[in-house]
Design a protein around this ligand. Structure first.
Ligand SMILES: Cc1cc2nc3c(=O)[nH]c(=O)nc-3n(C[C@H](O)[C@H](O)[C@H](O)COP(=O)(O)OP(=O)(O)OC[C@H]3O[C@@H](n4cnc5c(N)ncnc54)[C@H](O)[C@@H]3O)c2cc1C
Length: 533
């Protein structure tokens, strides 16, 4: 430990969620300077500072799966001493699993929930951690599709024009599978095309639509030009993913990887992966600090990195010197840190990459029942879709003799999330996400309308909204430079400073744990000479 003087620090990097936590403590009597109406302003508030400066070897900022993985591998390697700073009081970030009694056998997954078969490294990591992966409930031909007033079983859908969308006759005559093949062919994707990218190349770089790179074109423009406005609406409603503002290549990558296939899930909860990683890292000597939020980061005179870290419980800011820093944050959290750090504001590789991200909000609402009422309709497991505010309905169990869990609503994209949001409490990942009686009734009415029966009232009900608070969103590449170039440049954004950036936000597998682990592995290899996945 070394000491030096720290002035009262303006809390310009302080975000809404974590500051609310500090405000609550302030109200309880601990000194928190600069409170404005009970909540500390982002640009003008001030926190109390200590004069002691702590020195650490490797500061890992963020205890999501990316930060947990880096901490785990560095601790196991033994040459470096990692310290994890996590702003909330929970490890896992956008992996957050919760039981919803009485349906205790299967967990509500507020963030990540399933692992596609091509993400072998995630499955392997779960196995190494002693976790069991089990099949994620697959869809059947009995699933419902209810769009524009027409309700059909998926197995009954033969032509797109069975639904009431105004489309050219030749498109309406296609089956949904034929429609998606036609969309792929229009830009040159065939069954031979490998849709995986890596650091040195991207599958999308050579593909064009009407002479323009699909990396530079928005999904909205591409789909409207190809299918007309209602055709584009049909595609959005059928997939239930609203991605208008992303690049066409991002949408094509997602739509080609989320269709069929047999997904897996982690028994006991997806957040067991970061939790187990952190527990093992601690046993190998890593330190973990919960409730510690990075406010700003600058280059120190001696070549190390200087961090201002706020204790969200006490409101005290202190200075930390680190020989190396790993930022493992969501995109909104990263932007907060960049805004308050002159060193990062002048790092174009990072700021331009963040500017190219489209933050997609998402809302998930889970309801539990004493039995799976959907089996009365012949639906066992899988997903139905509707153009209701709930959008997607995942039936997570079908054992008639046991309590059951329903992912009643999963809205993806800003418009969809805004429509469902009024039913979801203003919750943070530090507080209870129980739904009110009125919200439960509202959701049940929509479910009844979608399913055409009187759906029973739930026993348990929880929900989470992922927004541009530091909890994070689902980041997706918007139109612009090829993502693999962005990613490569952003990993070590400031030359001459041992500062590395990881997390799914700047990966080629955004919105997937795989992306978080891939970038964490690059940081381990390039920054520390340690192997990852
Ligand atoms: C709705 C939704 C559905 C998803 N579905 C899937 C899926 O089915 N399968 C899949 O594989 N993936 C899925 N994902 C993606 C997956 O959850 C993420 O890719 C992964 O969890 C990201 O991990 P991360 O470590 O990069 O970031 P995060 O999990 O966001 O971790 C960042 C951490 O940093 C902390 N933090 C923020 N600011 C600060 C600060 N200033 N100082 C200190 N700490 C800070 C946060 O509290 C958080 O714990 C989904 C995500 C969402 C939101």
């Amino acid at each position: 430990m070394t000491t030096d003087e720290v002035e009262n620090t303006p809390a310009h990097g302080v975000s809404r969620r974590f500051v609310l936590a500090a405000g609550a403590v302030g109200a309880a009597g601990v000194v928190v300077g600069g409170l404005v109406g009970g909540v500390m302003g982002r640009s003008s508030g001030a926190t109390r500072s200590t004069s002691a400066t702590e020195s650490v070897d490797v500061a890992i900022i963020g205890g999501g799966v990316a930060g947990a993985y880096v901490a785990n591998r560095l601790a196991a390697d033994g040459r470096r001493q990692p310290v994890v700073f996590e702003a909330s009081h929970r490890i896992g970030g956008r992996l957050w699993s919760q039981a919803v009694p009485p349906a205790t056998g299967v967990m509500a997954e507020f963030g990540g929930m399933r692992i596609p078969p091509q993400h072998q490294a995630v499955l392997q990591l779960a196995g190494e951690l002693g976790l069991t992966t089990i099949p994620f409930p697959a869809s059947t031909t009995q699933s419902l599709v209810r769009l524009r007033g027409t309700r059909l079983r998926r197995g009954e859908v033969e032509r797109v024009d069975q639904f009431n969308y105004a489309m050219p006759a030749e498109i309406g005559a296609l089956s949904p599978d034929e429609l998606f093949s036609m969309i792929n062919r229009s830009v040159g994707i065939t069954s031979e095309t490998s849709l995986s990218g890596n650091q040195s190349g991207s599958w999308s770089e050579t593909l064009t639509w009407r002479g323009r790179s699909i990396d530079e074109l928005s999904t909205l423009q591409f789909l409207v030009e190809l299918l007309g406005h209602d055709g584009a609406q049909f595609v959005r409603d059928w997939t239930a993913f609203e991605m208008w503002a992303t690049s066409a290549s991002t949408w094509l990558g997602v739509s080609n990887s989320t269709g069929g296939g047999s997904y897996a899930q982690v028994e006991g909860g997806f957040d067991q992966i970061p939790i187990q990683l952190i527990q093992r890292a601690q046993r190998a000597g890593a330190e973990v600090r919960l409730g510690e939020q990075l406010l700003s980061i600058e280059r120190a005179e001696d070549g190390s990195v200087q961090l201002d870290v706020l204790s969200v419980d006490t409101g005290v800011t202190r200075r930390v010197r680190a020989r190396a820093v790993v930022l493992a944050l969501s995109a909104p959290a990263m932007r907060h840190v960049v805004r308050s750090s002159s060193m990062l504001r002048e790092a174009p590789a990072l700021t331009e990459a963040l500017d190219q991200l489209v933050d997609s909000q998402a809302v998930k609402a889970y309801l539990s029942y004493d039995r799976p009422w959907w089996t009365d309709l012949g639906i066992e497991t899988g997903r139905s879709v509707s153009d209701s505010v709930l959008r997607q309905h995942f039936y997570l169990s079908s054992d008639r003799s046991r309590p059951a869990l329903l992912l009643a609503g999963y809205a993806f994209g800003d418009v969809a999330a805004d429509l469902l949001a009024p039913l979801v409490p203003e919750a943070s990942s530090d507080s209870s996400n129980e739904l009110s009686a009125a919200s439960r009734q509202g959701i049940t009415s929509v479910l009844s309308e979608v399913h055409g029966i009187e759906v029973p009232q739930p026993i348990g009900a929880v929900a989470q909204r992922w927004s541009d608070a530091d909890d994070g969103t689902v980041p997706l590449w918007g139109p612009g430079d090829a993502p693999h170039r962005r990613m490569r440049a952003a990993i070590t954004p400031v030359s001459g400073v041992s500062l590395h950036v990881c997390g799914d936000a700047l990966s080629l597998n955004q919105g997937w744990v795989m992306g978080a682990l891939e970038t964490a592995s690059l940081v381990l290899q390039q920054g520390f000479g340690v192997d990852g996945i």
